[in-house]
Design a protein around this ligand. Structure first.
Ligand code: HEC
Length: 140
């Protein structure tokens, strides 16, 4: 005799279309969680921005919460989160030359066109840049 396929209690309790809908929504919340973690941590971003061995953004920019002398070499970062989208902020940090070809801001996400034998890899990883962008987004 053939055995009947056993259904989970959830599937038995719900009509088929409702069951499908519930499973799809469970997938949505997993995807949302993954996406949120891909966005990076603002706290880590600020740490990278202030660290001399990492972003060292403070050597050129002033920003809220930074200790030490405030540089006026580059525009203050106080409201960049309100003025730029996350994509634009990512572009500024990854390679500002694509926004302003003659910029004095170093490209943090690529070594392309830098001609520096000391720069074997980008100054910041894509993940680090995610953290920095999360930090910049809070500056409003
Ligand atoms: C060597 C100096 C220098 C460093 C280091 C530097 N920047 Fe910049 N940055 C500039 C300059 C100069 C500009 C202005 C753009 C221009 O006119 O070339 C700028 C512009 C920007 C802008 C756009 C600001 C605006 O008001 O339009 C953002 C955002 C930014 N930088 C973020 C960062 C972050 C984040 C870091 C660190 C990861 C960083 N910068 C490191 C020099 C620097």
């Amino acid at each position: 005799m053939k055995q009947k396929a056993s259904h989970s209690p959830a599937m038995q309790a719900l009509p088929k279309w409702k069951f499908r809908l519930t499973s799809t929504c469970a997938l949505c919340s997993i995807l949302a969680a993954v996406n949120a973690s891909a966005q990076g941590s603002a706290e880590q971003g600020f740490r990278l921005m202030a660290a001399g061995s990492a972003g060292n953004c403070v050597v050129c920019h002033s920003m809220p919460g930074a200790s030490g002398p405030a540089s006026t070499f580059a525009p203050a970062l106080h409201q960049v989160g309100a003025r730029y989208s996350p994509q634009e902020l990512r572009q500024w940090v990854t390679d500002a030359r694509l926004i302003k070809p003659a910029t004095l801001m170093p490209p943090f996400g690529t070594t392309q066109g830098t001609n520096s034998p000391m720069l074997a890899q980008p100054l910041l990883s894509a993940e680090d840049i995610g953290h920095v962008v999360a930090a910049l987004q809070t500056l409003r």
